[in-house]
Design a protein around this ligand. Structure first.
Ligand code: SAM
Length: 235
């Protein structure tokens, strides 16, 4: 893990969308402590002419507009230490926990948030942007995707969560063998729902036999993963 603070540059047409929810809770406290920081760079400031134009229509026709290569490049070149350059895009590498871990260990990242139909390919090629997707659906802009990527990384930074070992025991973690996490229960041992039904905690969890508890949790993880995400078992 890096000793320096984790720094994120965000290239966006909507800088006011940052830090968004990340100024709350643990990520907000970590931001205030300086464990991580960000600069939201307004691409509009690098637009063309009096109207600060940032977009143009696509060659070959088709619906929508594209963010211009020259404008995005000017915005990018204003960043002193861009680090790893990432374009949030539905056609990118799917974001998963091992990629999140890798990105949380960088010292700097630059996240390009697309709008309209996307970005002129040439600026992505010229500056060797990686493309990362947060899932197989289309958002109206890259900003929510950037916030999700940042949230997932920030919670892995040293000291952000109370116990750094927690991550390995979570879904997709190394201690769970990359599987989904088992179910959790807290007090009371029997809870009566307003539906009129009573639900009890599985006996094994109340008997203090830690070998048996580990065995039960492992079996639950395997069962849930088989039911919900058989693709993870193949990995
Ligand atoms: N025309 C693009 C396509 O079909 O792949 C979609 C453009 S989308 C309306 C506008 C921007 O939202 C994209 O440039 C990208 O930055 C962002 N975006 C949309 N879906 C995303 C996803 N699943 N993951 C990451 N970014 C996404």
């Amino acid at each position: 893990m890096q000793a320096m603070s984790w720094h994120i540059n965000i290239l966006t047409l909507f800088p006011e969308m940052f830090p968004g929810s990340l100024d709350q809770s643990l990520s907000g406290k970590a931001l205030a402590r300086g464990d991580w920081g960000y600069d939201a760079i307004n691409i509009r400031d690098f637009g063309e002419g009096v109207h600060k134009t940032v977009d143009d229509s696509p060659y070959g026709g088709g619906a929508g507009m594209l963010m211009r290569a020259d404008v995005v490049e000017r915005a990018l070149l204003s960043i002193k230490a861009p680090g790893r350059k990432i374009y949030l895009s539905p056609r990118g590498t799917p974001l998963n926990q091992s990629l999140v871990k890798e990105l949380s260990e960088e010292t700097a990242l630059t996240l390009l948030c697309g709008r309209y139909e996307g970005v002129d390919q040439r600026v992505l090629d010229a500056h060797e942007f990686e493309e990362i997707s947060i899932g197989d659906y289309v958002l109206s802009g890259g900003e929510p995707a950037a916030l999700i990527l940042m949230d997932a990384c920030v919670r892995l930074l040293p000291g952000v969560m109370g116990n750094d070992d927690t991550h390995d025991n979570e879904s997709f973690g190394s201690a769970t063998g990359g599987l989904l996490e088992y179910p959790h229960y807290t007090r009371p041992a029997t809870w009566e729902s307003e539906t009129g039904k009573a639900f009890s905690v599985p006996d094994v969890l109340t008997q203090g036999n830690h070998a048996k508890i580990d065995e039960w949790r492992r079996a639950q993880s395997e069962m849930l993963t088989k039911e919900r995400r058989p693709d993870l078992l193949k990995k």
